[in-house]
Write a protein that binds this ligand. Structure first.
Ligand code: XMP
Length: 515
């Protein structure tokens, strides 16, 4: 790992440690998050170019609050303290922090009072910064001076450039701090002088090495869904341990058109993976017979999936690890700062409903990454663009898009509608502008006319949304001619449908999926 310069992020229990690490990675520099309890000796051995103290929920005024090894300040390595990190640094170096009892959240505009600060050289005066703190520094250690203020915070940025100590009360790592990324870049590249030679290729090498070390000669099982996350995880693990990885792909009968074939082709043939295919369509559909209520459908699909997955897993022989494509945003934080990052993070389980007594260890090689980083990694690993940039597709698949009862016939109809809609969007060159496009089949029939004949057929809706993170979404202003082509092809080519609607609801109040 020491081929690259690195920045060590000491985690004081912040919500944003990973975001700090990500901003450093964006500068082309490797960064590693470690618990704040790391000893100065271990830091010295790791020989980072710089250290960042993260924020954290504690108050330095509370006895027993987290503190780094004081000897870290004597290593001669530049340190940037963020929020709690600033406060703990000031307190330990002879300054003072006060608990005002008043919490300050939200945007402020920064007033730079020392334009010679290298840390702030690319931060515009008056630009927005994001604050979230209760305590505040009210006296700074000897050797420090103030470089920026806000109307409510006289110690917004402070530094002792001589010793390489910098601190900011705001959070430069969040996007709301408009020039925050520039501040981090100045710290990493200009102050720490780290070489920007790290990229996704380096991540692959490091991850491969780490997976080999963790797994040894044991075997890993991975549930492959054909989505980006599990695909990237599988290919990365395969690169590390080859045939020690067994993938299980469950066809629940609710996949998109040709999806099973393309997954088998790509992973089984192209990547020569050890891939076990379970076509459980009949099992899923018979369990869903007569069920129309959305939650009931979801529960059934989840249960049959887990049953199938474990049945298949038993056929795989001696397995020690379960691999998952868990990403950083899937990681639900419930951390106590004293435990450090890895010990208390709970994972969101993509497989859905892992049993309590899981006898496998979890292997989650993507859990430090954000979605766009996983996509870059997928490209680095040679996954095709159609897969890397594909729209999100829910685990229960077309089951949540067949509104009402899920039957083989209705699924076939929906598969055809969906394929035409996506094809027309791709033909128009719009696919990558859309977060997600989907079609639903409604539990409604309507009268139509085709040739000289009256028809009484199903109604489908088309939906396309733009979004950042699926938490909120806006309907996509689809050009009329694309809608016209899709609708006309659907009514002509899909036997079961004679009417097409376009959904113009945003989220909220609607959701992306209809269910
Ligand atoms: P909603 O419908 O809640 O969806 O606005 C938000 C995002 O989540 C996807 N989604 C799922 N993804 N398993 C998944 O892996 C699921 O059960 C599931 N349900 C919804 C949805 O497609 C959208 O991107």
């Amino acid at each position: 790992m020491k081929e690259h310069d690195s920045i060590l992020v000491l985690d004081f229990g912040a919500q944003y440690s990973q975001l700090i690490a990500r901003r450093v990675r964006e500068c082309g520099v490797y960064s590693q998050i470690v618990p704040y309890t790391i000893s100065a000796e271990e830091v010295r051995k790791a020989a980072p170019s710089g250290i960042i103290f993260s924020g954290g929920p504690s108050s330095v005024r509370t006895p027993g609050s987290p503190r780094p090894d004081a000897a870290i300040f004597s290593l001669g390595i530049p340190i940037l303290g963020i929020c709690y990190g600033l406060q703990v640094m000031c307190e330990m170096l002879g300054g003072h922090v006060t608990s005002s009892g008043r919490k300050e959240y939200g945007l402020q505009s920064i007033d730079i009072v020392d334009r010679s600060s290298i840390l702030l050289k690319d931060v515009s005066d008056g630009s927005s910064i994001w604050m979230s703190h209760g305590d505040a520094v009210d006296s700074i250690p000897q050797g420090f001076h103030v470089t920026a203020v806000t109307p409510t915070c006289p110690y917004t940025a402070v530094e002792d450039a001589e010793r390489g100590f910098y601190g900011v009360q705001f959070h430069p790592e969040v996007v709301h701090s408009v020039d925050g990324d520039k501040l981090i870049r100045s710290f990493v590249l200009d102050i720490c002088k780290a070489k920007a030679d790290w990229n996704m290729g380096s991540f692959v090498d490091e991850a491969v090495e780490a997976i080999r070390k963790q797994v040894g000669d044991r075997r890993v099982l991975c549930g492959l869904s054909g989505g980006v996350d599990s695909s990237v995880a599988a290919v990365l693990i395969h690169r590390a341990i080859g045939d020690q990885l067994v993938c299980v792909f469950v066809n629940n009968g609710m996949l998109r058109k040709n999806e099973a074939e393309s997954v088998l082709d790509l992973f089984g043939k192209h990547f020569s993976m050890n891939l076990q295919y379970a076509d459980s369509t009949d099992e899923f559909l018979s369990a869903l017979k007569g069920v129309a209520e959305p939650e009931a459908k979801r529960k059934i699909i989840g249960k049959v999936f887990v049953d199938t997955f474990y049945r298949e897993a038993r056929k795989c022989g001696d397995i020690s690890f379960l691999a998952q494509g868990t990403l950083y945003p899937d990681v639900i934080e419930s951390r106590s700062p004293s435990g450090g990052p890895s010990s208390t993070i709970k994972s969101h389980h993509n497989v859905g409903g892992l049993p309590e007594d899981l006898k496998w260890e979890l292997l989650e090689p993507l859990k430090e990454l954000f979605k766009d980083e996983v996509r870059a990694l997928g490209k680095e690993l040679g996954l095709p663009d159609e897969l890397v940039y594909r729209h999100p597709f829910p685990g229960p698949g077309l089951g949540v898009r067949c509104i009402g009862e899920v039957t083989k016939e209705r699924l076939d109809t929906l598969r055809d509608v969906d394929a035409i809609f996506i094809e027309e969007i791709r033909k128009a060159g719009l696919y990558d502008r859309i977060w997600q496009a989907l079609a639903d089949l409604l539990p409604v029939k309507s009268v139509g006319v085709q040739g000289d004949e009256r028809t009484y057929r199903e109604v489908c809706t088309l939906r396309a949304v733009t979004s950042e993170d699926a938490m909120t979404a806006d309907w996509y202003r689809m050009p009329y001619d694309v809608l016209q082509k899709a609708a006309s092809r659907i009514c002509n080519e899909v036997a079961g449908v004679n009417r097409v609607l376009y959904d113009i609801s945003s989220k909220p109040p609607a959701t992306i999926e209809w269910e």
